[in-house]
Write a protein that binds this ligand. Sequence first.
Ligand code: C2E
Ligand code: CA
Ligand code: CA
Length: 649
Amino acid sequence: MSTSSTARLFATYAAASLALVLLLGAVLVVSMRGEAERRGLAQGTTEALLVEQTAIEAHLDGRSFYEPLSTSEVATLEVLAQHSVSTGEILRIRLRNLSGKVVWSDDGSGYMGTPDDEVLDAAKGETVALVTKLNTDSVDVGPEGIDGVEVYAPVHAGASKRRVGILEIYLPYAPIAADVDAGMAALYRDLVLCLAILWLGLFGVSYYLSRGLRRLVQLNRYLAEHDTLTDLPNRAAFQAFVTAAIAADSGPIAVAIVDLDRFKEVNDTLGHQYGDHLLAELAHRLSDHIRGRDRVARLGGDEFGIVLRDATDPETALWRVRELIESEVRIDGLPITLNSSIGYAVSPSDGVDCDTLLQRADVAMYVAKSRHVGVIRYTPGIDHNSTANLALLAEMRRAIREDELVLHYQPKVSLDDERVVALEALVRWEHPIHGMLAPDRFVPLVEQTDLIDDLTAWVLARALADLVSLGDDHEHLTVAVNVSARNLARHDFATRVAATLGDLGVAPRRLVVEITETALLADPGRAAAVLGQLSELGVRVSLDDFGVGQTSLSYLSTLPVDELKIDRGFVTDMTHDLTHAAIVRSIVELAHNLSLSVVAEGVETGEVSDALRRAGCDLAQGYLFSRPVPITALRAVLTASADAVLLRS
Ligand code: C2E
Ligand code: CA
Ligand code: CA
């Protein structure tokens, strides 16, 4: 509800309540008018009865009016009438017998004609009063003339109280009305006062209620449009702003999405409070920097949105934003530096509606992040794969939760006797639509996000559970799990591994962690620390795809590594490529010099296998021995291998 609509509602309410109060007032006034008239008549009746008792009854001798009045009675009446009529106390006075016939009147009128109903009622003992109009000099009752009260009352005989006749008397209404009006005026005043108080009360209550409501509406709207942590507009408000900007501007508008790199790490290692501080500080910087018609918003998590209007050079502006974010933040004296990845799209060339622009900026941001390029603008084709990739990533959470992932195992065999001594767990995704997906299709994507932690945790738990399920006959087997560089960035990685081993009751020496040489080089210090913790647990460490990176010998010698895996690029063709054969031989030599065991992967032929054996390689892995197979097929592979060993021995 907007403020103006609340104000409108309020005004309508005030008017409606006023109308109701006025209506109530009108009804009361009408009923009071009736009351005034009733009072007037009652007063007239009282006066008439007074005349009847004091002037008529007292001066007549109690005979029925059917008998003629005596001369002295008539004389007394004449005197009384003369006096009262001349002073205006009485307008007219008549006496009638019980049949209604006039037997005396002050002006000699009314002896003819049939009596009215009121006369007959009075003959039965009732006193009837009505307001009437009359001319003082005539008996005619009509619309003209002065207001009077016309009263018909029975006349009683002295002590016997017998009805002897009827008194018909006309009293002036003005003095009665004046009396009554004086009383009513006070009532009207009170009524007006009460109604005014009533309305003001209603008005006041509704005013305060609606003011409270208005404030609530404003607060609700603020909360609905803002992020509470940073006070920046939220995603919904941002989208509304972009839509409005597109409608209003003819010039180019840039919509950018800014995503912090490694923010989750800060959150996890230093705690949420630091994370919140950091976000608030960056939000502050951004909103200070972005001014005028531009806007910054928090889209959620560690993601900000920026709209630049009249965007003639958004690239420069956004690099400046990136620098702002990059400059050190100090929290409790602790210096923190974060990078960000920014993707943007420009209307109208990259899209003419908010959804398209945001989605394209998002794709560009994703590309910026995966290529570590800082700021990148959306171009058609940039998302050739990215859109599909984003969709896959979005589905990964479900895949992990609903066990769409499966592990295949590939044996590592001893080159001495071709006995299976170890297994490598390799993940696949049984995608409900795309079918079985190879890890190369999704692992590199997942590695760009924190989802890799969930994926690795899943693989680890499943591989260890499968190892246990193989039973005591295979107690000598170890299982290798592939670990990404990002996993090692988590400070509690080793703790989690230890917990999983403990939960499943697997001895740490039966687990091998495979980490690629290049992943190690991403953050050598951090990697060395985590590998140290794992090794201390008793978990073994294998350097995967060895030979492609350029690990210095001195660094290698400090790492707690147990095994080197020669990259299959050197192995598969070593019988044809002399250089590769030489590399394989020197890696074997190096490994042995450092007392490490060495595995050759990608062994597809017997010739290669023989060459490796001659070179002194310990273990081999490859299609020659077995392709990666599901756990059900693995049992057959293990049995066949054991049988072959038995046959040879
Ligand atoms: P990798 O760790 O080097 O795994 C060995 C890859 O070589 C596997 O491919 C395997 O199927 C393949 N291979 C085995 N023997 C032969 C052979 O004789 N010839 C040839 N040409 N290839 C052979 P896969 O299963 O497609 O895995 C590809 C990569 O995906 C793995 O390379 C690994 O880096 C990654 N990956 C697989 N599973 C996981 C996982 O659970 N976590 C992580 N982080 N990465 C994984
Ligand atoms: Ca591997
Ligand atoms: Ca490998």
